[in-house]
Design a protein around this ligand. Structure first.
Ligand SMILES: [Zn+2]
Length: 257
């Protein structure tokens, strides 16, 4: 969210976007596997990298279980330095592996508070830890995008246990991709399991804009970025801006891409 729309997400989306969400849901596309096929056909190395991340995310269940078991043994504690800074594409932290959080202490709470602050300061509605260079499986969001309004949600080690078959298109933005907005197709509803800041496990079902914000941030935890999920046609409309970001931050380009 740094995927976001009106109030840019990392997910900057806002009221106008919500209206579009509703209208687009009406003509909801049956999302096909064709977008992934098209991604495969595309040889651009950065997109190929994104594809690999998506493939890993798809078989993620088992791997995530293994990583979780490992983390429970090792008790991975978050490490970060303040103040946080939003990392822009193509910074390597956006494609790195993200560790399962195993220690639920006051530092984790401090990280969540710092993430909310920088999210509000940059007019986002959601933020994933790798976007601030902290490679752990944690995200924060507030659909309202303003402190004191809406509901602040912190999800640690989230997992998607079920997707709706219904999908829709929505214009997303991302705090790691300044001023780039484009349509991305996603399921309209997801069932999620996660832990809170004290490590307590819980389940919830998300719909509408909240489901959109959550899925954008969740992708960040798997190293998947929103342009990885755009169709070739849509990505073509922002390719020049993506290339400009790479040119503007050449030192950030991850090795092996
Ligand atoms: Zn984002």
């Amino acid at each position: 969210m740094s995927a976001s729309i009106v109030s840019r997400p990392c997910l900057a989306a806002a009221a106008a976007s919500r209206a579009r969400l509703v209208s687009r849901a009406a003509r909801a596309s049956t999302a096909s596997s064709s977008s992934n096929d098209k991604l495969h056909a595309r040889a651009h190395p950065i997109q190929v990298r994104g594809l690999a991340q998506i493939a890993r995310a798809k078989k993620g269940g088992f791997m995530a279980e293994m990583e979780e078991a490992k983390a429970e043994e090792s008790g991975a504690k978050v490490e970060f330095t303040l103040p946080l800074a939003i990392q822009k594409y193509p910074h390597a932290s956006l494609r790195n592996d993200n560790k399962i959080v195993g220690v639920f202490d006051s530092d984790l709470e401090k990280l969540a508070q710092a993430m909310f602050k920088i999210m509000y300061d940059t007019e986002g509605v959601g933020l994933a830890a790798p976007q601030v260079g902290v490679n752990y499986r944690m995200m924060v969001y507030n659909e309202a995008g303003e402190p004191g309004r809406g509901k602040e949600v912190v999800l640690v080690n989230p997992k998607i246990v079920k997707f709706s078959k219904t999908k829709d298109l929505f214009e997303e933005g991302c705090l790691s991709f300044p001023k780039i907005y484009a349509d991305v197709e996603r399921p309209t509803s997801v069932q999620v399991e996660a832990q809170n800041l004290r490590g307590k496990k819980f389940k919830m079902t998300l719909d509408g804009f909240e489901a959109r914000v959550f899925q954008h941030e969740y992708d960040h935890l798997d190293g998947v970025l929103f342009h990885d999920r755009m169709t070739d046609e849509v990505r073509g409309t922002v390719q020049g801006e993506l290339d400009a970001l790479i040119e503007a931050h050449p030192a950030n380009e991850p090795k092996g891409v």
